[in-house]
Design a protein around this ligand. Structure first.
Ligand SMILES: Nc1ncnc2c1ncn2[C@@H]1O[C@H](COP(=O)(O)OP(=O)(O)OP(=O)(O)O)[C@@H](O)[C@H]1O
Length: 295
């Protein structure tokens, strides 16, 4: 049967991509050192859509952190551009908040609550009462309601990281930029934090850009993964991975996806192009699919 005009419209609508929230176009990042110019990334392009859990995955030194810093506005591309909602990124802003690895993210002389309130007050959008209410709300959300008045040195690594995430979420940014946020944690805590991040995402649908060099972490957390080649980082492939979650690790499809990503990352580009995504039920290539609930 012929589709009705409205059905045809729906099909066209669903085939159309949404506007990108954050877009990198042909980004070349370089560092000038005493001795030489270090090319960190070469012509990297990608688009992150609202609600994505977008992962930058690649070996050490491929430029993941540099891309995140450039998206945050801390460093400027040598050429190419970053845009947020179509506007060029020219410096840091409250619409992009970064969570780093655990080390020293919190002021040790401030309580948990004061740390979050301070960040909110610094952005000058909330008064004292509003900032306190917002801070308490997000600290409860990450399960730290009983630790509002604790000092950072009395918290475990995982709890400190939760404060940093609550502080970032409390800023209600357009995108949360996370640079290996769980890398310094032990394996069990890391797994718990991954689970909590997915739960938080389910509740908030915050857009995430997440840097990791762990294939497993990328598959568990991401709905889309950008694979970068070894130094200097170039885009190797872009994959959809929303079908995996905390419970998938160890499954056959998960193992197959892990092996395939490993090959894509570490084998020669020519060998990679001979392989086709349809041979691998675990992950699909390129075509955008929005993030879905992880439970
Ligand atoms: N401040 C800097 N000055 C000079 N070179 C730098 C600087 N920061 C990074 N680089 C170089 O740029 C390249 C990319 O570094 P970057 O930290 O972005 O990689 P990465 O993929 O995040 O690595 P890792 O996973 O080890 O953190 C590397 O060769 C690195 O040595």
């Amino acid at each position: 049967m012929e589709p009705t005009p409205s059905q045809r419209g729906d099909t066209l609508q669903s085939a159309r991509l949404p506007e990108a929230l954050l877009r990198a176009q042909q980004v070349n990042l370089q560092y000038q050192t005493d001795k030489a110019i270090v090319q960190a990334t070469r012509d990297v392009s990608f688009s992150i859509y609202k609600g994505d859990r977008f992962i930058l995955l690649g070996p050490s030194g491929c430029g993941k952190s540099s891309l995140l810093k450039a998206a945050a506005g801390f460093i400027k591309p040598r050429s190419g551009s970053f845009t947020l909602n179509g506007k060029a990124i020219s410096g840091p802003g409250p619409d992009r908040v970064v969570v780093f690895q655990e080390f020293d993210q919190l002021a040790p002389w401030k309580t948990v609550l004061q740390n979050v309130v301070f960040a909110l007050r610094a952005s000058r959008t909330l008064n004292k009462v509003q900032a306190k209410e917002r801070a308490e709300h997000y600290l409860h959300r990450v399960g730290l309601g009983r630790f509002l008045h604790a000092y950072p040195h009395t918290l475990s690594g995982g709890m400190k990281q939760r404060v940093a995430i609550a502080r970032a979420l409390a800023m209600e940014p357009a995108i949360l930029l996370m640079d290996e946020p769980f890398a310094a944690l032990d394996a069990l805590t890391r797994r718990k934090m991954q689970e909590e991040l997915l739960q938080l995402w389910d509740e908030t649908r915050v857009t995430l850009m997440f840097v990791t060099h762990s294939i497993e972490e990328a598959l568990i957390l991401g709905n889309r993964i950008l694979l970068l080649s070894p130094h200097p980082g170039q885009v190797r492939a872009e994959l959809n991975s929303h079908q995996f979650n905390m419970d998938s690790a160890g499954s056959e499809a998960f193992q197959a996806a892990t092996q395939r990503i490993h090959r894509l990352l570490f084998e020669e580009a020519e060998a990679v192009t001979t392989e086709h995504a349809s041979n691998h039920p675990g992950i699909t290539e390129s075509a955008y699919e929005p993030a879905q609930s992880t439970y």
